[in-house]
Design a protein around this ligand. Sequence first.
Ligand code: NAD
Length: 367
Amino acid sequence: MSNPSLLILPGDGIGQEVMAEVRRVIDWFGAKRDLQFDVSEDLVGGAAYDKHGVPLHDDTMAKAQEVDAVLLGAVGGPKYDDLDFSVKPERGLLRLRKEMDLFANLRPAQCFDALADFSSLKPELVAGLDIMIVRELTSGVYFGEPRGIHMEDNMRVGVNTQRYTEAEIERGARAAFELAMKRDKKLCSMEKANVMESGILWRDVVTEVHADYPEVELSHMYADNGAMQLVRAPKQFDVIYTDNLFGDILSDCAAMLTGSLGMLPSASLGSPMENGRPKAMYEPVHGSAPDITGQGKANPIACILSFAMALRYSFDQGEEATRLESAIEKVLADGVRTGDLLSDENSTAVSTSGMTDAILAALDASL
Ligand code: NAD
């Protein structure tokens, strides 16, 4: 049987730096756990624009459709800020999500005990926090038509349309219920059914899908209340399912409860392929961080945790994913810190590669 395939797209800025560290982790699993991947690498974002004049070449898109999983670093940077909208680095990312039809975006918000003091909330509110936000990713107001800016009565009018079909709501709901079944069997669906028809349909469809998952305790919440509850008492949630726009905001909010952007992984999943694996792309939540690019300051953990999610959700290697997460937990408990993480007199400041050195040593110690 051939090895599972992995397409690596480092992208721009610190995307390239953190991905170099992930490759060391992948090599460790090859050498020490006999987990072999067919790894290929290509360009996305500004790096692809520089070479091809587009943020994602058609050949790269075709490759992404064939592999078992894509691992992406980050795209963008000031150099590309003035480009036409159609070729901005982010368009490469959006094209991947759209054409791979990655409709379920998984954003864990997990608080490592060693970092509980780093949260903007009181440590007791976040210690042990483990939430998974499932955001619908391919529809809603970011894609709905009509859209644009036009003139009306001599005035500019900006238009975007929130639009959801029941099929779109349903497939995301199934992904969220499936996940809830593997976790604490608790799902909270968030929308604005009080003021939006798309929210009423959302609530109806999620309730209908619930009939297939009677073991899961389902609740509904207006998204604005959800935002409030997330900062008031986040541990009341396990899995949250919400739309593209609310999910964008709520997942950033939940994520920051746990500390630095440099710690946050994500997965975007689509329908199962012929081999049963879902189409999948894994990426850290952070961007290309131009302010620290090239200085060895980037925290590689978000990208390494994204690979851990790939191990779990694409490669059926849940135990190895846990091994990797535990190694990271140990390193943090030992006080190893990149500059974005809170440090004290007991901690050791390390560079991007120094963090990976420590994680690899903890992995060695786990054998
Ligand atoms: P950013 O996430 O790049 O950076 C925000 C802040 O967090 C910066 O101070 C940065 O130094 C810090 N930071 C981010 N990741 C870090 C890490 N791993 N380790 C240590 N510190 C880290 O967001 P931004 O500054 O708003 O955007 C910069 C560029 O990235 C823009 O071009 C933006 O469009 C792009 N962007 C891309 C993505 C993506 O590729 N998914 C996401 C967000 C932003």
